[in-house]
Write a new protein. Structure first.
Length: 53
C-alpha cells in the first residue's frame, strides 16, 4: 500500500485514537501515521515558526 499524495504533502486525515490514559494520540485515517497532538495545527501540517508563509 503506497502513501497517498495528500499524506506526502502533510495533509493527513487526523483522528484521535485510544492509547494509554493521559497520553493522547492521533492517527491518520489514510496512511496510519501516529503523532502526539499539538495545539498548533500548523505544526502538524509541516510548517514551523522558522518558515515564512
Amino acid at each position: 500500500m503506497s502513501k497517498p499524495l495528500t499524506c506526502w504533502l502533510g495533509l493527513h486525515a487526523w483522528h484521535p485514537i485510544e492509547s494509554e490514559p493521559d497520553f493522547p494520540l492521533i492517527a491518520c485515517l489514510r496512511c496510519g501515521k501516529q503523532e502526539v497532538p499539538n495545539h498548533n495545527i500548523a505544526a502538524r501540517m509541516g510548517w514551523n515558526q522558522h518558515m515564512n508563509g
